[in-house]
Design a protein around this ligand. Sequence first.
Ligand code: XFA
Length: 416
Amino acid sequence: MEYKVRDINLAGQGRLQLDWAEQHMPVLLIIRRRFQEEQPLKGLKIGAVLHVTKETGVLMRTLAAGGAEIVLAASNPLSTQDDVAAALASEGIHVYAWRGETEKEYYWAIERIVEFEPSIVLDDGADLHTYIHRNAEDLAKRIKGGTEETTTGVIRLRAMEEQGVLRYPVIAVNDAYTKYLFDNRYGTGQSTIDGILRATNILLAGKNLVVAGYGWCGRGIAMRARGMGARVIVTEVDPIRALEAYMDGFQVMTMEEAARIGDIFVTATGNRDVIRKEHLELMKDGAILANSGHFNVEINIKDLEELAVEKRTIRPHVVEYKLKDGRRLYLLAEGRLVNLVAAEGHPSEVMDMSFANQALSVLYIHQNPRMEPRVYKVPLEIDRRVAELKLEALGVKIDKLTPTQEEYLKSWTLGT
Ligand code: XFA
């Protein structure tokens, strides 16, 4: 058996999705063209556990164009786009993924990768890396290296490195500037607004929109909400970030103050209980609550449940909580990531940057077979290359330092 997907007849529809994504992923297209000519991955076996989306599909096509043979399984049973899985299977990629697979099926799919004996492994969340380390020690020794897409995965891999059990080098793609900048600021910024709008269909102009947390995600959300005409308020716990938000022209205040005036609240802190009982008690009738942080713990839903006397679903992803005094609060997407639940996650242009780092990292591992079994950052030259390729695709040219300028920057004798 070469693949297992929901329905291979969905391939035509999936190919349309892949082609659409591809049009918006110019960096991967440039890399693919080069791969096609040079065949740098000829005969290389790659195993990948990633969200099986149209964007991931474009990465798979790119690696395949370089001559690699690929087995792909899903990193999350719920994110698989069955039509995309079918299209990739029809193009010769060994896909073992379908939406809604059980935990047992999920590990069955991962086992197919182990059986394939890949020499490079791509992962999102480190399930594949940990599975190989636990259940396929011999394979772990033979693997040249891998990549990891997310922060969560990198944390697990660093722990393995510290305990001395990591058997092959892994490049942490998440740490690349061209990855997290685009993911967090532009990807989360836009898709969070997108999720709120799709769920509620409200007008943002003139609304008080409260953003909790001014990290890269919070910055992106605040910036885009302002662009839509909202009056943006930022809450923070870090004085430097708070000051930065203030100087960026946002109102900065405590959540207690913001609770009284906010129309829409968006959490993006990475911490728990950012909106809790004491805030919910102060909010205006009709306030909307959404989370864009990593887990569904930023809004304390238990507090909301306890304060409420009535609860009903108004429309998809909008639940109304009626409080004792008659005020109504609206929770979006059950407090889970609103940009995933009510929108479609990162746009293709954003994934283009992440996955270009992935593709070039695979090539790097392939060409540097003697790396130590450690967690590596994406080499700076790759990060810069991705930015250069994006600029090239956008038709943007930039200046070069003159030799005199290079000299000037290096010397300490010149100047006053
Ligand atoms: C689903 C992704 C997660 C989809 C797939 C289908 C749909 C929406 C779950 C994911 C991640 Cl956890 O993809 C999204 Cl309808 N992505 C990444 C993504 N986001 N992440 C927003 O889009 C980044 C992240 C997240 C959520 C980092 C840390 C914690 C949580 C994979 C992907 N996205 C592009 C989808 N476009 C259709 O390929």
